[in-house]
Design a protein around this ligand. Structure first.
Ligand code: CP
Ligand code: NVA
Length: 316
């Protein structure tokens, strides 16, 4: 079984820390570490739109000396019913790793089931773990570490970013608070898993209704779109429900004085975050976006190393 990265908790706290250490090295030594030289190919597949994930994997794989193959799945047989297990078996004969952005987490699980190479979640409805690695690297850079730092996430607490902050943040030893309106709470199973991890890392998790309570004294304030990809036509009035959770100057006043603001982007300016905050001095969103590149390079290098070790141990 290859090592996959489908959810944030597919890396243990020590492993997550090792990947983040490597990401910092990848950043400071950007063009010299080339573990995919050969070149080894990586397939990067998209069932949904993307700017950052697509470009950062493409550039990152090339910088590692590898060969990126970026594909919109509308041009494949995915939409015509080809089994993801079969597709994974085929791709595993060509490439050294597969990245997939898709809808349900069942789809990436199916791909992983058929793959004999590592599979990486480039965003599903449930999780966005590559984004979390970039966010944690950014928190390390701006807050001097992650352990014991408090992160408040406001807005759609039921979406992939909320789930990844809960699980990935707990793995990094953070105190994670998520706050959103009724009807948009995180999956209780994800909260329970995050709490279990937090108990072992010294972190904590809280699900709140009051945004001011979540933000009080926070070192990091994060938000995300109120309408995730695939929810555009669901007919729910999201703007009214989420308005009290907007990250604006008044909301930030309750946070720690040196608070940093995260947003995975793309932002819906004037909805979940104001221009004043996004473009203001507490915002680190463009460092965060840059860090996608370094974090994913580290993740791929780390996963492929583990995979090679496991193959060697199995005598293959
Ligand atoms: N943050 C993020 O994943 O952006 P893209 O949707 O542009 O890849
Ligand atoms: N929650 C958002 C994240 C975009 C990067 C979405 O799934 O559309």
């Amino acid at each position: 079984m290859p090592r996959h990265f489908l959810r944030d908790d597919d890396l243990s706290p020590a492993e997550q820390s090792a990947v983040l250490d490597l990401a910092a090295r990848m950043k400071s030594d950007r063009y010299t570490l080339r573990p995919l030289a050969g070149p080894r190919a990586v397939a990067v597949l998209f069932d949904k739109p993307s700017l950052r994930t697509r470009l950062s994997f493409d550039v990152g794989i090339a910088e590692l000396g590898g060969h990126p193959i970026v594909v919109d799945t509308q041009v494949t047989h995915f939409g015509r019913g080809e089994s993801l297990v079969d597709a994974a078996r085929v791709l595993s004969r060509y490439v050294s790793a597969i990245v997939l952005r898709t809808f349900g987490d069942d789809r990436i699980a199916e791909l992983a089931e058929g793959a004999t190479v590592p599979v990486v979640n480039g965003l599903t409805d449930g999780f966005h773990p590559c984004q979390l690695l970039a966010d944690l690297l950014t928190v390390r850079e701006h807050c001097g570490g992650t352990t014991g730092r408090t992160l408040a996430y406001l807005g759609d607490a039921a979406n992939n970013m909320a789930h990844s902050y809960l699980v990935g943040g707990a793995t990094a030893g953070m105190h994670v608070r998520v706050a959103g309106p009724a009807g948009h709470d995180p999956d209780p199973a994800v909260v329970a898993r995050a709490a279990e991890i937090a108990a072992s890392t010294g972190g904590s998790v809280r699900v709140l209704r009051d945004p001011a309570e979540a933000v009080a004294g926070a070192d990091v304030v994060a938000t995300d779109t109120w309408t995730s990809m695939g929810q555009e036509g669901d007919g729910r009035d999201r703007i009214t429900a989420f308005q009290p959770y907007q990250v604006n100057k008044t909301m930030l006043a309750g946070a720690a004085p040196q608070v940093v603001v995260l947003h995975c982007l793309p932002a819906h300016r004037g909805e979940e975050i104001t221009d004043e905050v996004l473009d203001g001095i507490r915002s680190v969103v463009f460092d965060q976006a840059e860090n996608r590149l370094h974090a994913q390079k580290a993740l791929l290098a780390w996963l492929l190393d583990r995979h090679a070790e496991e193959l060697a141990a199995a005598g293959e």
